[in-house]
Ligand binder design. Structure first.
Ligand code: NAP
Length: 242
């Protein structure tokens, strides 16, 4: 039976690179983003056929309910979930506004928890599964916009806490923490034009002399999610590069 991987925030950036890598090894991929046309176009770039698109804005109230309905409709449940969805919202600066914090927590943490709560029982019945979360160095060093940093720190705590709880059910929950990603359209790629001095300074601090190509991270995530051993569970893997 073909294995299924659900990747949130996968119409572009790291999420799409992860989708590409899973399609190359024969997985059925469920792509997610907010724009159906973009998703359908991206679907054509995956290896092979038989993949799905799930258009859903995870900031919306009914997102989790819709996720459950969508998978019921296609008659599948994911064997692997990769939460690549995440980011910084407008207005994320001090003094912190409660509504910005709430929305950021929903985007970067609560959507992932809601999705996991739907599928963990299925995974558990199927003798296990893998759940990868994309964290951030901002969640460790807090050197970023406040709500973003707070939400990623909370995500890291959720990863370790839930990994402990679900390990006995064969669910491996882990985090992958990339340094700055340099793909076209990424936050830092946009700074090249908008804040060139800040961009050059930050680039000069990288260990490799460049920001990370998301395809490199994608390959690690795929390899960690397909090995039979689940000792990765509870780990937060930092790709430092700074
Ligand atoms: N970029 C970095 O330097 C960096 C560094 C460390 C960690 N990270 C983390 O790595 C992950 C991926 O980052 P990235 O730079 O690859 O992101 P990206 O290029 O900005 O892509 C974001 C993805 O999420 C989707 N998306 C955004 N808001 C959404 C919403 N409300 N509901 C559903 N989908 C939504 C976007 O699709 P549409 O726009 O089509 O809806 C897109 O597919 C994030 O968790 C981020 O926090 C990034």
């Amino acid at each position: 039976v073909r294995k299924v991987v659900f990747i949130t925030g996968s119409s572009k950036g790291l999420g799409f690179e992860i989708a590409l890598e899973f399609s190359k090894i024969g997985y059925c991929v469920v792509l997610n983003g907010r724009d159906e046309a973009v998703l359908k176009q991206k679907l054509t770039l995956l290896d092979d056929n038989g993949h799905f698109v799930f258009k859903q804005d995870f900031l919306l109230e009914d997102a989790i309910e819709n996720t459950e309905k969508f998978f019921d409709k296609i008659g599948l449940a994911p064997d692997i979930i990769v939460h690549s969805l995440g980011g910084k919202l407008d207005g994320d600066f001090h003094p912190i506004k409660p509504q910005t914090l709430h929305a950021t927590m929903r985007l970067n943490l609560e959507s992932a928890i809601g999705i996991n709560n739907i599928f963990i029982p299925h995974m558990s019945q199927n003798k296990g599964g893998y759940i990868a979360h994309i964290g951030s160095l901002a969640g460790i060093n807090a050197n970023a916009s406040p709500c973003y940093a707070i939400s990623k720190a909370a995500l890291h705590a959720y990863i370790k806490n839930s990994a402990r709880y679900y390990a006995k059910q064969g669910i491996a929950i882990f985090g992958v923490v990339p340094g700055i990603l340099g793909h076209t359209g990424s936050d830092w790629d946009r700074k090249k034009e908008l804040e060139p001095q800040k961009y050059t300074n930050r680039l000069s601090q990288t260990l490799s002399g460049s920001f990370i190509n998301p395809n490199e991270i994608a390959k690690y995530i795929v390899s960690l999610s397909v090995v039979p051993s689940k000792i990765i569970s509870g780990s937060i893997l930092e790709f430092l590069n700074e």
